[in-house]
Write a protein that binds this ligand. Sequence first.
Ligand code: SAM
Length: 410
Amino acid sequence: MDADSNDPSYAGTLRAALTESLVAEGAIRDARIADAFRAVPRHLFVPQVPVELAYTDDVVLMKRDGSGIAISSVSQPTVVALMLGQADVQPGHRVLEIGSGGYNAALLSELTGPDGAVTTIDIDQEVTARAWRGLEAAGYPAVRVRQADGEFGCPEHAPYDRIVVTVTAWDIAPAWVQQLAPGGRIVVPLRMRSQTRSTAFDLVGAAESGTSLESRSMTVCGFVSMQGEGAGDERFVSLHGGRVKLSFDEDQAGQPLPPERVLDRRPVTQWSGVLMNREEPLSDLDLWLASTLPGFCVLVAEQRAVEKGLVSPVPRWGASAAASASSLGYLTARPTADPDHVELGVIAHGPDARAMARSFAGEVRYWKENQRDGAGPTVRIYPATFSPAALPAGFRLRKRHHQVVVSWPE
Ligand SMILES: C[S@@+](CC[C@H](N)C(=O)[O-])C[C@H]1O[C@@H](n2cnc3c(N)ncnc32)[C@H](O)[C@@H]1O
């Protein structure tokens, strides 16, 4: 095609094609969200990239910190679409977006319509200035753009029917709950045991009896990490000179750690007999393992570590693992006679490897037999002051402001 990147009809054609592919893949299931995607000119929010790239289903990186870590981006359209589906924004809603880029705020503005209001805040003044310019250029001057630490929400325009957080959060900030209107919903990429899930939480219960939030949907995603007062402390433990790393959460500070060269110990492999379709996500199993395995962590390996035979290949985002003071085990898979399926197993190293591999693989089997085809877990959030005796059964995580309970169906 003889394309002129300044030609709005060319951008419109690319936009329509991207929208159709998001609908076809199931990322967009609501006609109003599809209309919003067809309407908002994403290329005006990422002017530094060619228009074709603006309409590719990919994140556009906007800024790195001094050590090269991504700190700001315009999110991947698939993730944006899934989160908008979770948010279920209605005409007339008042919405707060935490983490600006302009693009998602414009989509939110399409969904709230002229009777609603969208406020977007970012901790970084450079980002808010850019978002504001994009929103002006794209025809959304009514969106309010503010520079602020999202940990404190934006009390000026509260209450909100929806709060959409577009940065990985380690905890739910108390301000978000306080600024939520009755019947409101928070959609937030919440990190639990080094795994991030965009989770839609509805407000349940009255403030006086200890307001709580209950999950309605979850989808695995990746976002840049929250900065400022609410920043979490993801702890990486290096093994073998940093070629392999174990990721732990802030509340696992006292976790016993295996020796630095634990992977030199002879491995024990235990196959589980559990087959997975190659396309089937492991996210529910990962959360099950996080809920049940002592010393749960996520093992991330450099390609060199795989090539040197230190570890079996693990996904780019890491494999579920369990650590003890002497041993380390992690999830693996092997091909089966059916090219569409793999069998899950566990590789463990260290003096407790055999017992660790057996109990780890046992949890994989238990999940398959009791949870795989079930409704999946529900996550509930309670204030830190809420009596532990009154919490529902489930896997409990202590965050700074809240207690998180992950409950699995019986
Ligand atoms: C993935 S980007 C947001 C993408 C955006 N919503 C879009 O339309 O594509 C995440 C943003 O969160 C911002 N951020 C990080 N910590 C924050 C905080 N505590 N409060 C507000 N914004 C924060 C970063 O500066 C970054 O610009």
